[in-house]
Ligand binder design. Structure first.
Ligand code: ADP
Ligand code: MG
Length: 367
């Protein structure tokens, strides 16, 4: 493609990013509604695909997108195609019949939804999600934490909350602790129900935690996803309007293979990967101060490099982290002024920085 067309295409993406979904703060590019931009000389054709119950809102988006594109320097003719999908309904049987796509109306007042994911369980995904959410809150952002792990929702324990959520009218109130609004599948699902039966209930449970919870206006919602890259993860990844995903891994090579699978899953559904966090990276002996790399070291960094994503940082292995998780007080609360506090604040800043960058970057269509 000629350079001129390439730069025109970029200008068109930028113009589309100024178009907001009616009544919402987020733009249509970040929602993933722009399926394709085609440029041939001065002719531009844009294809939008929107999942909504309100076709008039989608039509308004189409008109505004067309105006925005027509206003770009160098564009002679602008045409915007619109395809409206029905959002998946709350009826799980019907939902299974429908194409899966993100529904922005589920959480209109949330600016960035960031998934924390891992290729397998036990790598510290929930620990990272909890501490990251709290650190982002302490950095001055309005933060929510959604525990969507069907296999082992652990936020009730990590936050030390044993009550049931309160209901106000027909809304569920999130818990608020350590400056974070919190909701977990653990508060909703009966954990003794076998996972295989929980499966079909999961999307309904997750939709309820998005749409029926009084989240209010949030800068970030951190989502603790179930580990792995199977159907359940893929469905949630597609259905929740994600801005990006953070992948947690341990440093050894076998774990990194799973991290790569996680990355591939997000790229497949066009969710930007914000970066990789290496957890359980090095153990500092509390007695002699010597560092041991229990699970090797540096694997996360190498993987990030190979897969062309950002290495966000590493979290050391420390029994205090385990103890904090079990006691309902995440380490970033207990050790705010210490080394662990610094680690998670730095991670929070790296995530915020990368999310802002991703939001400002034209999302090129995947071919
Ligand atoms: N950096 C760490 N140092 C020590 N223990 C950790 C660390 N990260 C996680 N853990 C512990 O490992 C266990 C698994 O972590 P968890 O966050 O539940 O993993 P996942 O959500 O990936 O299954 C928990 O007991 C947790 O407290
Ligand atoms: Mg977990």
């Amino acid at each position: 493609m000629a350079d001129r067309e390439k730069s025109l295409e970029e200008s068109v993406w930028n113009a589309l990013k100024a178009v907001r979904y009616p009544g919402m703060s987020r733009d249509i590019v970040s929602f993933g509604f722009v399926e394709r931009v085609e440029v041939a000389d001065g002719d531009v054709v844009v294809r939008l695909r929107v999942a909504t119950h309100k076709p008039e809102a989608a039509e308004q988006v189409r008109r505004e997108a067309e105006q925005a594109v027509a206003g770009v320097d160098g564009v002679e003719r602008a045409h915007v195609d619109l395809h409206v999908d029905q959002p998946a309904t709350r009826d799980p049987a019907a939902a299974q019949q429908q194409a899966v796509s993100a529904d922005p109306e589920l959480i209109p007042d949330v600016e960035h939804v960031v998934a924390v994911a891992s290729g397998k369980g036990g790598v510290g995904k929930s620990t990272v999600a909890a501490n990251l959410a709290i650190a982002l809150g302490r950095e001055g952002h309005a933060v929510g934490l959604l525990d969507a792990d069907i296999y082992g929702p652990s936020m009730p324990m990590m936050f030390g909350i044993t009550e049931r959520p309160r209901i106000q009218g027909n809304r569920i109130l999130p818990f608020e602790k350590y400056g974070v609004k919190l909701m977990s599948l653990g508060f909703i699902l009966d954990i003794d129900t076998p996972v295989i039966w929980r499966g079909p209930m999961v999307m309904r449970g997750i939709e309820q935690m998005l749409a029926d919870v009084e989240w209010g206006v949030l800068d970030y919602m951190i989502v603790d996803l179930p580990p792995g890259t199977g159907d359940a993860q893929l469905t949630i990844t597609q259905r929740v309007p994600l801005s990006g995903a953070v992948i947690v891994t341990t440093p050894q090579d076998v774990a990194l293979i799973d991290a790569r699978k996680g990355l591939a899953m997000f790229r497949k559904v066009n969710v930007p990967v914000i970066g990789i966090i290496e957890n359980m990276s090095g153990f500092v002996c509390p007695h002699c101060g010597e560092q041991t790399d229990v699970f090797k070291r540096g694997g996360g960094e190498r993987t990030a490099e190979v897969l062309e994503t950002r290495f966000l940082g590493r979290v050391p292995l420390d029994p205090r982290i385990t103890a904090g998780g079990d006691a309902g007080m995440p380490i970033v609360v207990e050790d705010e002024a210490g080394a662990h506090g610094q680690v998670f604040h730095a991670l929070a800043r790296a995530v915020a920085d990368e999310v802002a960058k991703q939001a400002g970057k034209p999302k090129l269509s995947i071919v």
